[in-house]
Design a protein around this ligand. Structure first.
Ligand code: DGJ
Length: 697
C-alpha cells in the first residue's frame, strides 16, 4: 500500500522499492524519520520525540522537520516564511488534520492565531518509485498575508559527509556535472534570471560514495521554469537539510483574503543502485507522468534546422536549396530558424513583428512550405514570443508592454527587451500571433526561444506591491500561453529553447516535446554535456544536431563521430549542407537511416552510462529495450599504443544470445559475456566512434 497512517501521527509513504516516513510530534510539528530503501512495516518506526533543548540549541532548530517555518528560534534555513499584516513574521502551526486516500495524502497545518492554513500535498507514484510533494497556502481571513518564502519540499538525511552532484554550468557549457562534499554550512544554488537558466538546474542529487551502479542516491527535481533555489545545509545537529522551491530572493506573493497560493511540484526519489538507477527512475517517471500525453508515445522526427547554415540571411530560395539537400539526407522535418519575419536582418531589430518578411518571402511562406512538403518533409519554424527589439513596430506601438522601471533607462540583453507577460493584453497578442501563424500555414513544429534573462521587475499595469511577484507571474504567463496553444494545436510539436539549455526543467518537460540542450554543437563538448543532462532528463527530449562546429583550420572531426554523438538523443542536422558535397550527403543519409532504424530503442529505451570520458579514455552509453540494445562508444584522443578497448554492457539477459552488429560484421555473444567479459572494440584513431546494435536471438 502506498500510504500508511498509524495512530493519526505516523505517515509512511511506500513505493515499490522505497519508504519515506515522518510523524507529528507532541508539539504538533512534523518530524522526518526516514527516507531510503523500503521499510514498509509502520511498527518499526519510533515516534517518540528524541530531540530536547540544549542550551544554545532550541529543540525546534534541531528537529528534522518536514516543513519548517521561519521564526520560533529556528536558525537553520526554513522552507516557508510569511509576514502577517501586523508585522509578525513567524507562522506557528499545528497539524490540524489529514486526509489519506489511495496514493494521495494531504496534511493541513493551521496557525494558532492567524487565519493562515498550509496544506502539504503528497502523491505517491508507487510503481514508479517517486514521491511528489507540493504545498498550498490559504488565507482564511481578510488581511493580506505575504508569502516571502514558500518552497515546494524539504528533505533531511541523518549524518554528514554526503556528496552532492549538480547539473549547473554556463551558456554553451551547460550540465558540467560538478561534485563536492557537503560540509558544515550551506551550499545554495539558484536562478534569478526569470528562467531556470544554464547556470543552475532546479534539482538536487545527494549520495554516499555512489557511482553509476552502486551506492545510495537521494534526488529531487522541481517542476518549475523560473527563479528557483536549492539549499543543502549541513546543520550542526548531524543531519543534512535539503530544500527546493521557487526562489525567495526578491519574492513576495501577497495572499489576499480568501486566496490560495500553490507551489510548484517536486519529484523526489531514492536509488540503492547508484546514479544509473536514479536516471532510469526519473526518465521513466517523465515518460509516464510528466510529458504531454501526445508527446510521450510519439517518436521525434529527424529534423534539419537552417540556423547554423544561414543565421539571419534567410531567403526563400536559399531555404529551398537547403530543403532539397535535407530531404536527400533523410530529414523528416525542415525548420527555418531566426530571421524569417519583420525586418529581422540581425539580432538588433525585428523581434515582436511576426509578419513574414516580404523581401525574403515575397509570396509568403507558402512556396517554401509547399516545396518542403513536396520533398516529403514537414515544416517547422522558430519564434521568440516573449521578446521585442526597441527597433520594431511592436515596441513603437506599445512601449508600455515591457518590464521597466520608469525612472531608469531600460536594460537590454541581446539588444532586446522582455515583454510583460503579467499583462493579459500581451498574452492575448502572443497567443493570437502564434495561433494565426499555425492556422494559416501548414506548420507542425515550433522552436520557442528565449535569448535574454529578466532584469527589471516592474510592470506599468501592476501595483508596486506586486512587483516582487513578477518573476513568478512571468512563468505563469509563459505556461498559460503554451498550454493554450497546445490546446488549440494538439498535433504541433514544441521545442523549449533558451539560448540553448536555459529552459531544461520538469516544468517545460510537461509542456514541451523536447529541449534544445545547448548552443554548443561541438561533439567533443557535447558528449560531456549530454552525459550530465542524462542524469535527470530523458534522452528523447535532448535535441542534438550534427554540425560543423567541431571543425577548425587545424582540426577536422569525422562525420561519423559527429553523427554518432547527435544520435544519442533526438537527431537533428544543423550543418550547412551546401558545403557537404555529394559523398558527404550520402554518408550523412546513411547515419540518418541507421538512426531511424534504431530510434525506438534510443528514444524509448532505458539509458545506461557505461563509461565517462571525464574519467576514462572512452565515453560509452547504452540504450536497451525489449531484447535489443544500441551501444555508442567514443574515443576522443587515442593514447599512444592503445588500440583495443573493452566495454561491459548492462541490463542484458545473462542466458540470452545476442547478435552484435558492429563494423559491418555480426558476432554472436551471450548476455553473460557481454556484461561480464565485455565487448572488445578496435579503436585505432583519434575521434573514433561506434554505433553497435545488439539483438536477442
Ligand atoms: C539561440 C538558439 O539557441 C539558437 O539555436 C538559434 O535559434 C538562435 N537563438 C537564433 O537567434
Amino acid at each position: 500500500m502506498g500510504i500508511i497512517v498509524k495512530e493519526d501521527r505516523l505517515f509512511l509513504l511506500n513505493t515499490r522499492n522505497t519508504s519515506y516516513a515522518f510523524f507529528r510530534d507532541d508539539d504538533g510539528i512534523l518530524v522526518q524519520l526516514y527516507w531510503g530503501k523500503k521499510i514498509e512495516r509502520p511498527e518499526d518506526y519510533d515516534t517518540e520525540t528524541m530531540v530536547w533543548e540544549q542550551g544554545y540549541h532550541p529543540a525546534v532548530d534541531k528537529k528534522r522537520e518536514e516543513c519548517s517555518s521561519f521564526g520560533m528560534m529556528r536558525y537553520k534555513e526554513a522552507s516557508m516564511k510569511f509576514i502577517f499584516s501586523d508585522g509578525v513574521r513567524d507562522f506557528r502551526y499545528r497539524m490540524q488534520e489529514y486526509r489519506a486516500e489511495g496514493d494521495r495524502l494531504d496534511i493541513v497545518l493551521q496557525d494558532q492565531h492567524y487565519p493562515l492554513r498550509v496544506t502539504l500535498h503528497y502523491q505517491v507514484h508507487e510503481e514508479l518509485d517517486i514521491i511528489e510533494k507540493w504545498r498550498e497556502a490559504e488565507n482564511l481571513g481578510e488581511e493580506t498575508i505575504g508569502a516571502e518564502r514558500f518552497f515546494s519540499g524539504e528533505f533531511t538525511l541523518p549524518g554528514n559527509g554526503y556528496r552532492s552532484i549538480n547539473c549547473n554550468g554556463t551558456w554553451a557549457d551547460e550540465f558540467k556535472g560538478y561534485e563536492d562534499t557537503l560540509c558544515a554550512g550551506k551550499k545554495i544554488y539558484e536562478s534569478m534570471r526569470g528562467a531556470t537558466a544554464h547556470v543552475a538546474t532546479p534539482a538536487f542529487i545527494v549520495h554516499q560514495d555512489a557511482d553509476e551502479t552502486r551506492g545510495e542516491v537521494w534526488f529531487a527535481a522541481l517542476a518549475w521554469s523560473g527563479n528557483f533555489k536549492v539549499i543543502a545545509e549541513q546543520t550542526p545537529y548531524d543531519y543534512l537539510n535539503l530544500q527546493i522551491g521557487i526562489s525567495d530572493t526578491d519574492f513576495c506573493w501577497n495572499l489576499k483574503g480568501g486566496e490560495t497560493f500553490v507551489s510548484p511540484r517536486v519529484y523526489a526519489g531514492f536509488s540503492d543502485e547508484g546514479l544509473g538507477k536514479m536516471s532510469n527512475i526519473l526518465h521513466r517517471f517523465a515518460a509516464q507522468r510528466v510529458m504531454p500525453s501526445a508527446s510521450a508515445e510519439r517518436p521525434l522526427r529527424v529534423l534539419y534546422n537552417s540556423w547554423e547554415a544561414t543565421t539571419f540571411q534567410v531567403t526563400c530560395e536559399g531555404q529551398m536549396e537547403l530543403a532539397k539537400k535535407a530531404a536527400q539526407a533523410g530529414a523528416e522535418l525542415f525548420v527555418v530558424d531566426d530571421g524569417w519575419f519583420g525586418q529581422r536582418s540581425s539580432d538588433h531589430l525585428g523581434l515582436g513583428d511576426w509578419y513574414v518578411n516580404p523581401e525574403k518571402f515575397p509570396e509568403g511562406l507558402k512556396p517554401l512550405i509547399d516545396c518542403v512538403k513536396g520533398l516529403g518533409m514537414d515544416f517547422g519554424i522558430w519564434i521568440e514570443p516573449e521578446m521585442v527589439n526597441e527597433n520594431s513596430d511592436l515596441y513603437r506601438a506599445h512601449p508600455d508592454w515591457i518590464y521597466r522601471y520608469s525612472t531608469r533607462p531600460v536594460l537590454e540583453g541581446r539588444y532586446q527587451y522582455m515583454l510583460d507577460l503579467t499583462n493579459p493584453e500581451v498574452i492575448r497578442f502572443i497567443v493570437d500571433f502564434i495561433d494565426r501563424l499555425l492556422s494559416e500555414n501548414d506548420i507542425s513544429y515550433i522552436k520557442w526561444d528565449m535569448n535574454r534573462a529578466m532584469g527589471e521587475c516592474a510592470a506599468p499595469h501592476l501595483e508596486k506591491e506586486e512587483y516582487q511577484s513578477i518573476w513568478y507571474r512571468h512563468v505563469q504567463g509563459f505556461y498559460s500561453i503554451i498550454e493554450e496553444l497546445r490546446r488549440r494545436h494538439p498535433m504541433v510539436e514544441f521545442e523549449a529553447c533558451a539560448s540553448g539549455g536555459g529552459r531544461v526543467d520538469f516544468g517545460c518537460l510537461s509542456r514541451f516535446d523536447e529541449f534544445w540542450t545547448s548552443d554548443n554543437t561541438d561533439p567533443l563538448d557535447r558528449l560531456s554535456i549530454q552525459e550530465t543532462y542524462s542524469l535527470l532528463y530523458p534522452p528523447k527530449y535532448m535535441r542534438a544536431w550534427i554540425t560543423d562546429a567541431a571543425d577548425s583550420a587545424d582540426r577536422r572531426v569525422p562525420l561519423s563521430f559527429k553523427a554518432h554523438c547527435a544520435m544519442c538523443g533526438s537527431l537533428g542536422i544543423g550543418m550547412d549542407l551546401n558545403r557537404l558535397g555529394e559523398d558527404g550527403l550520402a554518408e550523412l543519409a546513411g547515419y540518418v537511416e541507421e538512426y531511424k532504424r534504431l530510434r525506438p530503442i534510443i528514444q524509448f529505451g532505458r539509458l545506461s552510462r557505461l563509461q565517462s570520458g571525464r574519467k576514462d579514455d572512452l565515453y560509452a552509453v547504452e540504450y536497451d529495450k525489449d531484447g535489443e540494445a544500441v551501444l555508442f562508444v567514443f574515443l576522443q584522443l587515442r593514447p599512444r599504443g592503445k588500440y583495443e578497448y573493452t566495454v561491459k554492457l548492462r541490463n542484458l539477459e545473462e542466458t540470452a544470445v545476442y547478435a552484435v552488429e558492429a563494423d559491418g560484421r555480426v558476432l554472436e555473444k551471450s548476455g553473460a559475456y557481454l556484461m561480464n567479459h565485455g565487448l572488445v572494440l578496435n579503436m585505432r584513431a583519434d575521434f573514433s566512434s561506434k554505433c553497435i546494435h545488439l539483438k536477442k536471438r
